[in-house]
Design a protein around this ligand. Structure first.
Ligand code: SF4
Length: 264
């Protein structure tokens, strides 16, 4: 076999060559973010959104006034019974749909709604209960480990600070934000794939990473709307500003949205 030197680099595989030869895709300002384990991978950042005219404070206020008028008490769609089951549901929801998580937890939570009961159930039975959810083996391990940690370090209670929540196995910044917001009424902004897309596409809070979008949203959203803003944006992305075919014709902020490709 020929000895490889730095002067004669290995030929790229067909796949790699294809990637290298691929023409750059037109920037449509669409965005998608996937969480892989603890890391978040931004697949396509809304670069175009960065060049869009920034929203004025009055426009942001008007958008959230409309969201509030349309849905005064928005609810998350992850089913849970208490802060512990909320925490578990959010950990299980990484790379999974809320509907898929709910299907599994509807039978799980009535028998394991505390860290003690989760430990008593054990990893094997937990794995069996959540096997329809992606990455279920790792998630089962994490849920058992976080239950142990809650008992050993937090008296069996879900803590209410970001640092403590992020110290739990399987819980990252997004998990902490959801739990702080939904269980403890704190005005946090959890950025999932929907919020990331809406923040960039509309031009309201452009950012290359979920953290950028989170911080930009926190900066522009008036404090009186912050508590529910996370749910309004998720629901807007999930049901109206869809990734592939946004329903601009029925969008209640279509006159404010900066996306050049909006269809109205
Ligand atoms: S106008 Fe279209 S692209 Fe803009 S926020 Fe509404 S649905 Fe999304």
């Amino acid at each position: 076999m020929a000895k490889r030197t730095h002067r004669s680099p290995a030929k790229p595989t067909k796949k790699a060559a294809g990637i290298l030869a691929a023409k750059p895709r037109p920037n449509r300002g669409t965005t998608s973010v996937r969480t892989v384990g603890a890391k978040t991978r931004v697949e396509e950042v809304g670069k175009g959104a960065k060049r869009l005219k920034p929203w004025t404070a009055a426009e942001v206020h008007e958008a959230f006034r409309r969201f509030q008028e349309a849905n005064p008490e928005p609810r998350g769609e992850l089913e849970h019974l208490n802060p512990f089951t909320l925490l578990v549901a959010v950990v299980l929801s990484a790379q999974a749909t809320d509907a898929g998580v709910n299907k599994a937890t509807r039978e799980l939570f009535p028998i394991a709604d505390t860290p003690e009961k989760m430990l008593a159930l054990g990893e094997e039975r937990l794995r069996e209960a959540i096997k329809t959810i992606g990455l279920y083996r790792t998630k089962a391990k994490n849920v058992i480990a976080l239950s142990e940690k809650l008992i050993n370090e937090f008296g069996g209670e879900v803590p209410n600070t970001r640092a403590e929540l992020e110290s739990l196995p399987g819980a990252g910044r997004k998990t902490a934000n959801v739990v702080l917001n939904m269980a403890f009424g704190q005005p946090t902004m959890a950025v999932d794939t929907h919020v990331f897309r809406v923040g960039n596409r509309t031009g309201m809070a452009p950012g290359k990473t979920p953290l950028d979008v989170e911080l930009n949203l926190e900066r522009v959203i008036p404090p009186e709307f912050m508590l529910h803003a996370h749910h309004w944006l998720i629901l807007h992305g999930r049901y109206t500003c869809l990734a592939r075919k946004p329903r601009c014709e029925v969008c209640i902020i279509n006159d404010l949205c900066r996306w050049p490709e909006k269809t109205v």
